[in-house]
Write a protein that binds this ligand. Sequence first.
Ligand code: PRP
Length: 302
Amino acid sequence: MTEKLSRAQPVEVSKNDGEPRFAHPSEKEFAQILDFYGLRWDYEPRSFPLRWDDDDKVLEMLTPDFYLPDLELYLELTTMKQSLVTHKNRKIRLMHELYPEISVRLLYRKDFHRLLAKFGFGPLIESGVEGIDRVLLTERQINQKVEELGKRISRDYAGKQPVLVGVQRGMVCFMADLMRKLPLPLMMDFMSISDYGGDEHTGVRITKDLDIDLTGQDVLLIEDIVDTGMTLNYLLGHLRAKGAASVEVCALLDKRARRIVDVPIKYVGFEVPDEFLVGYGLDHMEKYRNLPFVAVLRAEGG
Ligand code: PRP
């Protein structure tokens, strides 16, 4: 094992200048989404030897598709042949074992399709999925949780005048309910950001910025759900640049299994499974936001 570890050194992949030659269109699309959220990336920068013969000849390697230097994270996309998933999983396991200090994550085809669906395209949208599979969180469970969160936040912000910030549109139910559980002299404001439109070299645009000056304020960003964390990562950067005294996050739902960017969330309602959720503000193609509960969408095409 010790001997094996000493051979475990990443190898730099030599590159030509210019646009990387993506092995698959989904990789290019993914790179554009990273660009959109302002996350720097490098395509296939290094290979990690995983298996050697007795003469130290490398028998097997993994070359993760992306490296995100700001997050020190490697990402491997398995968007093409799902038959390769088991094989890839095995390689990722080996990589964790041999390079324990390196963070690497496998993104499955369904992760990628969900990402596209969020922006209104991709197979999940084309499949025309309609209908609710089951209720995940009832109205009563949500109410109880909102009450609990309200108590915690009220305690933590006692004597302060927080500014609740909502990013349209998913937080609408949660923020409306939560703020009524906060007996604090709070202010509220809203912002909107653009969606990824499938174009190259475009970043998030603030389509409506905050009206309140955040300088010296205690900001509490209210989110309905944190999924990959890419939106929140962008928003926190934006809000922190406004000179607030503090910026914290309260998210009703935390879909931790899908996290790409590790974002700090102080107040979490529920950790939820990796399923397509709608209701209580969450949508599928702008529908279902008005359901009073959180439900799982039927999974066809996912
Ligand atoms: C949802 C939600 C978060 C974001 C989380 O917004 O309100 O802002 O997705 O996803 P992420 O962690 O993968 O970035 P969405 O873009 O769906 O817009 P909406 O609020 O109008 O529903």
